[in-house]
Design a protein around this ligand. Sequence first.
Ligand SMILES: Cc1ncc(C[n+]2csc(CCOP(=O)(O)OP(=O)(O)O)c2C)c(N)n1
Ligand SMILES: [Mg+2]
Length: 362
Amino acid sequence: MPRLVIEQYDPLKGQMLQLLDEKGSLSGKHQPMLSDEEALRLYKVMRLCRVMDQKALAMQRQGRMVTYVPTAGQEAASVGAIAALRKEDWVVPAFRETPGQIARGMKLSEVLLWQRGNEQGFSVMPSYRMMPVAVPVGSQTLHAVGISWAMKLRKEPLVAMTFFGDGGTSEGDFHEAMNFAAVFATPTVFLCENNGWAISMPRERQTSSETIAEKACAYGMPGVLVDGNDLLAMVAVTRDAVDRARRGEGPTLIEALTYRMGPHTTTDDAGRYRVGEDVEEWRTRDPIDRVREHLKAIDAWTQGWEDDVEAAASVDIEAAVERVESLAPPSPDAMFDRMYARPSVVLEEQRRSLFRDEGGTP
Ligand SMILES: Cc1ncc(C[n+]2csc(CCOP(=O)(O)OP(=O)(O)O)c2C)c(N)n1
Ligand SMILES: [Mg+2]
């Protein structure tokens, strides 16, 4: 069996996996692990995500979205990682995972639901094997370990991949999840999208370790640092981690080094704290530009094709927005419906009090 990519990069030595350099040229060390057709397909998904991001931001300014969580700059990390999974595997995302949801095949109208404030958007969507986005930072890492442990006990050869940010790694939940996963050798892939910031908190204030990937060593699992703006590297590393998990060899921590190009959410003004930081420098590492250069080099890209992709994406997003806007809003107590399989006494009381306070009947 060929040596795994993840075994060749030591996070304690600061080594980072990169296959496509910042100009989109392939580095000689590894062969890409995906076909040209697959690269083209994933590029198309990334373009759709970027158009979605631009449109959603504009819509929020028009009052047609409640709050929007921008994802520009992080498309390769999400889309590349999702590409490594089978459709029976589970995805357990944080809140900045619109690209992951799109890559998983969710309808755009479904993706938009929660960001329009529609409670339906927080339901588990079994057909996509995707948990709803988790807003409590880091909590989803435990859910992923629970899901993957259950799959292991049932002897199902499946994997759970969980996404979280650099900020998530200083939550207790993350440490408990990592420890439990390593001890019980659960089929979990921990994917940290280190975008440099947790709202206004820079990565240097989040942890004293050089890398997030190196934390894996202390728990007794492999950890690898990867260029999160490099689609090909993301596919390579996540395939390795997913294969390990599926073979019963336990969890892996992946740190995808990336950058949040926009604000934290539409309620944030990043210009107030990213003072003097070279946002422009990160623009030169745009994950989408990099794949485009690669596709040009292999003669798989034309401007006409790109224009068509972009135009089709715009039409699809417009239609999705209209669809979501036409839905009747769910009842205010829908927020209690999906918290637990059997609602607790406390939640039932809260549900009743909501109607009492509003003067209605439950
Ligand atoms: C437990 C908890 N604490 C605080 C918050 C408020 N909060 C929302 S997002 C965020 C920062 C998250 O940063 P990171 O994990 O790096 O993810 P990113 O936003 O960069 O994708 C914080 C502190 C929260 N949602 N949950
Ligand atoms: Mg972050």
